[in-house]
Design a protein around this ligand. Structure first.
Ligand SMILES: Cc1cc2nc3c(=O)[nH]c(=O)nc-3n(C[C@H](O)[C@H](O)[C@H](O)COP(=O)(O)O)c2cc1C
Length: 250
């Protein structure tokens, strides 16, 4: 078996049987949101029940969706950004004990191992820079992780895909693998990757419904993207990039 194809396969029953997950051991689950630094200033977003966006019929959004790489020089409003974040990682309900949360996308075992980073260039009321979404608070926090390099060209990190630097805002999702491994151990890899696809698809459809567009990107330099965000590439790993802007339509 080619070692790369191996990653597409589920572990065998024997491999799974030999593993005792941290959940089975009774270990406390990890937090489902990476906390903001103590005292960090949170930037509130528009709450879901006050958003008026996204009323396009689903059939139109699905039919018109395509990967968009041409953006007009227009800012997104804070409400539009709030809508896109809610559609992709917004939380509906936190469990009574506060150990897990239901979101607007599915995720294996409800583990939701993702964090959303935003490289903001043109969003009304937000200074350009790097931010992270806090779904529990439905707020943003500026990222000033040691080593983060938001001034670097994200297009260069994405192997020179120049349209990336013309986006109003780029979403970058990371995975914190232990959130899923806590429950599924060696059976986590496919779960994490498949779950991330659901997140990006909601972004595609939500973008269509507000006259914006996006393009999923996996062609990037792993070390450079981890450095760009200030994550260690092991306990938190960059996974997927999605530049967003008001789309040039014929
Ligand atoms: C997992 C994945 C990775 C992708 N990576 C890139 C990329 O690095 N650069 C790019 O321009 N498009 C990328 N795309 C977009 C595809 O090229 C695009 O979905 C495909 O050509 C079909 O076009 P459509 O999305 O308009 O239907 C990616 C799409 C997916 C789902």
């Amino acid at each position: 078996m080619d070692k790369n194809r191996r990653y597409l396969r589920n572990p065998s029953r024997e491999e799974l049987g030999a593993h005792t997950s941290d959940q089975q051991k009774g270990i406390t689950p990890p937090p489902f949101e990476k906390p903001a630094a103590p005292g960090a200033r949170l930037i509130p977003l528009v709450p879901a029940d006050r958003m008026e966006l996204g009323r396009m019929p689903l059939v139109d959004a699905i039919r018109d969706r395509e990967s968009r790489r041409e953006f007009v020089d227009e800012a997104l409003s804070l409400e539009e950004l709030s809508f896109l974040l809610w559609a992709t990682q917004g939380i509906r309900r936190v469990s009574p004990k506060g150990t897990w949360a239901m979101r607007n996308v599915p995720s294996g075992g409800c583990r939701h191992p993702f964090e959303t980073y935003l490289r903001v260039r043109r969003v009304a009321t937000l200074a350009p820079g790097l931010y992270r979404y806090l779904p529990v608070e439905h707020a943003l926090v500026a990222v000033d992780a040691p080593g983060a390099a938001p001034e670097v060209s994200l297009a260069e990190v994405c192997y020179g895909q120049e349209f990336v630097d013309t986006a109003a805002v780029s979403f970058v999702w990371t995975a914190i693998p232990y959130r899923t491994e806590w429950r599924y151990g060696p059976d986590s890899l496919k779960d994490i990757l498949l779950s991330c696809g659901h997140v990006c698809q909601n972004l595609y459809l939500a973008c269509e419904s507000i006259g914006a567009g996006t393009c999923a990107i996996v062609a990037y330099d792993q070390d450079e993207l981890d450095r760009f965000l200030g994550v260690d590439g092991e306990d938190e790993i960059s996974l997927y990039v999605a530049p967003v802007g008001k789309a040039a339509r014929p």
